[in-house]
Write a protein that binds this ligand. Sequence first.
Ligand SMILES: Cc1cc2nc3c(=O)[nH]c(=O)nc-3n(C[C@H](O)[C@H](O)[C@H](O)COP(=O)(O)OP(=O)(O)OC[C@H]3O[C@@H](n4cnc5c(N)ncnc54)[C@H](O)[C@@H]3O)c2cc1C
Length: 170
Amino acid sequence: MLYDTAPEDEQKVLVKGDRRDAAVYRVVRFLLLNRIPFAVEGGPQGQGRVILRIGERELQNPPLITLAEALHLTRYSGGTDYDVVVVGGGPAGLTAAINHAGLFGHKVLIVENEAPGGAAGTAVNVIDNHFGFPDGIVAGELAQRGLRQALNMKVEWLPACRAEAGVCRR
Ligand SMILES: Cc1cc2nc3c(=O)[nH]c(=O)nc-3n(C[C@H](O)[C@H](O)[C@H](O)COP(=O)(O)OP(=O)(O)OC[C@H]3O[C@@H](n4cnc5c(N)ncnc54)[C@H](O)[C@@H]3O)c2cc1C
């Protein structure tokens, strides 16, 4: 995956670690999919180690769910009483959530393993076959719009959580 340092005044996160390291890649991928501007700084962190600076806060090898919370990406009230729990925040899951919340007024939670948009969120191409976008739309932007629409309808959003037998695996 290609990535570059965001302009300094836009950087929200400083990632310290070896760019070739899997631990750094995991974090960078999550930031990219969530469209969080960041910079990467190499250093003597050692293999398998990544340090993140978010404002005054420093996180070492955080689980992605902790990172999501630190970046205020999570919109989860901690409730257990939902009309609908959608597993997966790809196009199908976001559409289902928007329809349940918007059409039927259901209380909806989406549990997403990683970031919004699923396969569509990872694509770098312009999607030109989507209804309502005659000039096409970049896949990541479509994903963010879908999530925003769901949140506007009071859908709750729990990213970086893999649903497994009713339990969130971090
Ligand atoms: C490179 C690329 C380009 C594409 N371009 C186009 C295009 O131009 N036009 C077009 O129409 N389509 C395109 N597609 C196809 C489109 O992305 C898919 O059809 C679409 O993403 C399918 O949506 P989905 O919600 O069914 O599944 P997915 O997109 O696969 O989403 C499933 C989501 O569920 C999550 N998930 C899975 N298991 C769990 C679990 N246990 N707990 C929590 N979350 C879980 C995953 O993390 C994922 O976010 C493209 C796909 C790719 C990869």
